[in-house]
Design a protein around this ligand. Structure first.
Ligand SMILES: [Zn+2]
Ligand SMILES: [Zn+2]
Length: 116
């Protein structure tokens, strides 16, 4: 299988994107689902970056400020700690990740954009 180039950040529709095995189990875990839900609630469901600029937009992605890696995936401070989370709308989330130059991104199956 050759590597396929899929430009754009469209939400994957069932093929062609790479899953990161080490995050897959995490994003499916009840602990994360609970954490994510209560974090969203704690932020009033609004994108934090938009809010800072006076815009009210629904946040849909709970972003990890310190990105998950095989080294920190079992560290609850990183994975579930509110200090490491940020609720973002899709635009802000894409902007966060595209801020780094020269890294390619892929979209995992929760619509979370992750560096590959
Ligand atoms: Zn936003
Ligand atoms: Zn993110």
């Amino acid at each position: 299988m050759g590597s396929r180039n899929r430009p754009g950040l469209g939400i994957a529709d069932g093929g062609g994107y790479t899953m990161k095995p080490f995050t897959e189990g995490f994003y499916l875990s009840p602990a994360w689902k609970r954490c994510r839900a209560s974090y969203i609630k704690s932020r009033g469901g609004l994108c934090e970056r938009c809010l800072r600029e006076g815009r009210y937009r629904a946040g849909v992605i709970v972003h990890h400020k310190t990105h998950l890696s095989p080294e920190n995936i079992h560290d609850p401070e990183i994975t579930l700690g509110f200090d490491n989370l940020e609720l973002l709308c899709r635009d802000c989330h894409a902007a966060v990740h595209s801020g780094k130059e020269d890294v390619r991104y892929t979209v995992d199956h929760y619509g979370h954009i992750v560096p590959r």
